[in-house]
Design a protein around this ligand. Structure first.
Ligand SMILES: Cc1cc2nc3c(=O)[nH]c(=O)nc-3n(C[C@H](O)[C@H](O)[C@H](O)COP(=O)(O)OP(=O)(O)OC[C@H]3O[C@@H](n4cnc5c(N)ncnc54)[C@H](O)[C@@H]3O)c2cc1C
Ligand code: SF4
Length: 550
């Protein structure tokens, strides 16, 4: 086993230098360390303790908990800010017709953003890789579903995904292996909801989830206590920290509070080193043979632009001028109502069932697909807020809270954006982080494709409301972010209009890989972290082959 070297002056060297310790960086580090390579991971944020994050959440004011302040409980390194919403910071500057729909949540901490994800682990459909050639919209990938399918299997194994093994309940059903664990059992609400809507032509199916239904790689079995967002208290849900700790056990070195800001290149435009600031704001250098930037869909393009040098004046990996363009997320909306029967939402994990349809069809030439999640987050807080606003007190207040808590329904609707080069991340000319590095600015317009998708989903929502005799029926069309950040380092076969190839290797730099959401040319309509993880593992194989040739 090789180990990275930490020199007396604080500089380091390794076979592979990985920037970012989220799920993508963690999986790559774990694989390459297991193969015996010297792996160094540079992580901008703090190393946090699970119990401390749980305690911080318990101690948050009711208002923060009510409004899902999933960012606020995680301590931030002063030199690695991330978005905050209560109160809101302006670390990411947003503009454009739908700038407010791009308010992403992400963590800069050892283990990354999956500390507080919902663990929904979907695959793209085969046709999602061929949107341009099938429907004449969007872009095709440089690889197809069949090329990524083995990596989906490996990602599901590494993250411990529990999903339905009955093909009738799968989306897609094209799989070469069963799920590592069978589906998380549905609570009463999921069963009853599916029973009612599926009898009327809908297709509510189990969400594949990266949480354990039996002990899995040191993780305990999910006990269904519904705290997944913002943190699973017992670690039954997969978090990037699981992969990072596994990589460390295999010899990888992970440095926290290491903010990478500069990248060196040689005359062949190969990467020779990255530079980072430590907690004392001293600069250090890491040299290596292969480099990976896995900083997420916003921070990777930001770093590539920040690191522009004399050979790459428009930014690293940016000869195509596509770095920071094509920013995407599944813009979402909500529909809430009070059903005429108890559904007891809030038992089991945060999300377990979803109407996936229409997920595909000729309509995709015109407008976005949709998916409708039955949110399984406890309704007690919104029920209380509503009952108090009604001016009730005493027994009447108690009864109203109970009624709304057991009959309340919240549906989370996701839409599918198309890549648009005008949806663009640039470096702010005015705002800088505490290290003096330019903050990201993002211009965002969801586009008519999504707007037509919003219009199309209305009839479905009204029908669902009618099936449950809904009162207080509200469709909230204020589009919200879903934190699935994609597009800024887009994949393609042609280096003139894309940043990376089918292995997520930068067209411009033979020893640089940029795996993750940024590489994805199509968003599909489902959560995309499993696809990011599959791309990461595919990149790890490519790095491994390349090390063998060196
Ligand atoms: C509330 C919430 C719920 C979600 N639920 C789901 C879900 O159910 N299903 C799903 O598929 N997805 C979900 N997501 C999205 C998912 O969390 C992300 O897609 C995923 O975490 C991205 O992984 P990543 O490794 O690319 O980036 P991250 O996990 O964000 O990790 C990137 C790391 O890079 C580090 N970094 C950044 N810049 C630098 C730098 N300059 N130097 C050094 N290090 C740096 C960061 O500090 C960070 O730790 C959710 C997200 C949120 C916020
Ligand atoms: S339901 Fe509870 S145990 Fe299961 S993943 Fe969520 S928080 Fe963890």
């Amino acid at each position: 086993m090789s180990r990275p070297t930490l020199h007396a002056n604080g500089d380091a060297s390794a076979d592979v230098v990985i920037v970012g310790s989220g799920v993508v960086g963690g999986l790559i580090a774990d694989q390459l360390a297991a193969e015996g390579h010297a792996v160094l991971v540079l992580e901008a944020g703090l190393r946090i303790q699970r119990d401390q994050a749980v305690e911080n959440w318990r101690n948050m004011p009711f208002e923060n908990r009510l409004h899902s302040d999933f960012q606020g409980l995680y301590p931030q390194s002063p030199d690695a800010p991330a978005p905050l919403y209560f109160p809101e910071n302006h670390y990411v500057g947003l503009s454009g017709p739908n700038g407010s729909a791009f308010k992403q949540g992400y963590l800069r901490t050892v283990g990354g953003t999956t500390w507080h994800w919902a663990a929904s682990s979907w695959r793209h459909l085969p046709v999602d890789f061929r949107m341009q050639s099938t429907y004449g919209v969007g872009r095709d990938w440089a690889i197809g579903y069949d090329d990524l399918e083995p990596y989906y299997c490996r990602a599901e194994e590494a993250m411990g995904v529990a999903g339905p093994n009955d093909p009738a309940l799968q989306s897609p059903a094209e799989r070469s292996k069963p799920y590592p664990m069978d589906m998380v059992p549905w609570a009463y609400g999921d069963k009853r909801f599916a029973e009612v809507v599926n009898a009327h032509g809908f297709r509510s199916i189990p969400i594949p989830q990266a949480r354990s239904t039996r002990p899995w790689n040191g993780r305990p079995t999910c006990c269904g206590n519904n705290n997944c967002q913002p943190i699973c208290p017992i670690g039954a849900m997969y978090n990037g920290i699981h992969s990072i700790e596994s990589a460390e056990r295999k010899g990888a070195l992970v440095l926290a509070q290491a903010v990478v800001y500069k990248i060196d290149t040689d005359e062949a435009n190969r990467i020779t080193a990255v530079h980072w600031y430590d907690a004392e704001r001293k600069s250090h250098k890491a040299t290596g043979k292969k480099f990976v930037l896995a900083c997420n869909g916003i921070e990777t393009p930001r770093l590539l632009l920040l690191a522009a040098n004399a050979r790459n004046p428009n930014g690293i990996a940016n000869s195509s001028d596509q770095v920071g363009r094509n920013m995407m997320d599944h813009s979402g909306m909500h529909c809430s109502f009070v059903a005429n029967e108890p559904l007891w939402i809030g038992r089991g994990p945060a999300q377990s069932s979803c109407i996936v349809g229409p997920r595909d069809g000729e309509f995709r030439a015109q407008y976005s697909a949709t998916k409708i999640i039955l949110n399984n987050i406890s309704q007690v807080a919104p029920a209380t807020e509503k009952a108090l606003a009604m001016g009730l007190s005493g027994k009447a207040l108690d009864e109203e809270i109970r009624r709304r808590a057991v009959c309340g329904v919240d549906l989370s609707i996701s839409l599918e954006p198309l890549p648009d080069p005008n949806n663009r991340l640039t470096l702010s000319a005015t705002r800088k982080d505490p290290l003096g590095l330019a903050c990201p600015d993002i211009h965002y317009d969801v586009g008519d494709y999504v707007r037509r998708g919003v219009a199309a989903v209305h009839e479905q929502l009204k029908t669902i409301g009618q099936l449950f005799g809904a009162t207080d029926f509200v469709i909230n069309e204020n589009l919200n972010a879903n934190n699935h950040i994609m597009g800024g380092t887009i994949m393609g076969a042609d280096p003139r209009d894309s940043v990376v190839d089918g292995d997520c290797r930068a067209h411009d730099h033979a020893n640089l890989w940029l795996p993750g959401g940024g590489a994805m040319p199509s968003a599909s309509v489902v959560n995309t972290t499993l696809s990011m993880a599959a791309l990461g593992i595919r990149a790890a194989d490519s790095i491994s082959r390349s090390l063998a040739q060196a």
